[in-house]
Design a protein around this ligand. Sequence first.
Ligand code: SAM
Length: 324
Amino acid sequence: MSTYHVPVMASQALDLLRVRGGGIYVDATLGGGGHSRAIMNKCPDITLYGFDRDPQAIEAADLALADGWDSISKKVASGERPYVLINDNFNSMRTRLALQRVKLIDGIIFDLGVSSHQIDEPTRGFSFENDAPLDMRMDTRQAYNAWNVVNELPERQLELIFRQYGEEFHSRRIARAIVKQRSKTPVNSTLQLAAIIANNVSGNPKEITKSKARIFQSIRIHLNQELDALQTALRDAINILRPGGRIVVLSYHGLEDRMVKNEFRNASGICLCPPESPQCICTNRPKVKILTPRPLIADEDEIRHNARARSAKLRAAEKTQGES
Ligand SMILES: C[S@@+](CC[C@H](N)C(=O)[O-])C[C@H]1O[C@@H](n2cnc3c(N)ncnc32)[C@H](O)[C@@H]1O
């Protein structure tokens, strides 16, 4: 496996996805193609559509899948590569699949957040440990980046971003310090931003590191509109699943996991009437059956080999028979 990214909880994800020959599957977050490759290895006789908004990920996944395909193509009659890679946000999945004449799919996997490559590549500016220009764009074709967020947004908006997407206790103080600093000279680099955070939070080094992680995460989520895209994509994915088809989602922080949990719960047909309503009048009908009442987590052995697996939470659901 390439060092671009080691796929997390691949065997649990694959078991829950229940890949079946002849089916159409979607990898909404290709990254280095690790999960896609595992899906194709399990069942070469499928068609796979892979999405990533990062052009570098599309290149890496293409290499990984082509290489994987060369070793498994003998197992199937057709020699054609059965995958299509689409460099776009997963929130446009429905339209992009329709353009490929795909209306229904048999399974979909989301492995959210950033890849190891994106974090480790200093020029991308995602890490508070490497010195780099403030960037953090997942889609490098986008113009607006983390520099614009940090240097141009009003103090109050910065504070809200830190609070809402980072759940950071010192949000106000950090926002104020950023604005004070940039009134003298712009905040240009990741390490400059990390130093401002460190100088404005109290606590031991571990706590300071956590604050840096929360602030960087919040800027990334805001800049890339991650939660809005996720909500749209989860709803679309559930709608285009065939009856019996499955959705598997790996998330890496509480905001994502809560959104997945709530979207699955709503789609499972719970009553959405206001609590004061004397009887149920909502028309919410079950679209999915939840397969993971509690999220699955990685085992100790995987966490020992891949630290990224530590925060992973895996949830899955199956489309009900009456819906398509
Ligand atoms: C954790 S990595 C996926 C790793 C992949 N499962 C593997 O095994 O190599 C997440 C990927 O999702 C992509 N991504 C995140 N949000 C996205 C979105 N809204 N639309 C498309 N791709 C997205 C990121 O660019 C990143 O490459």
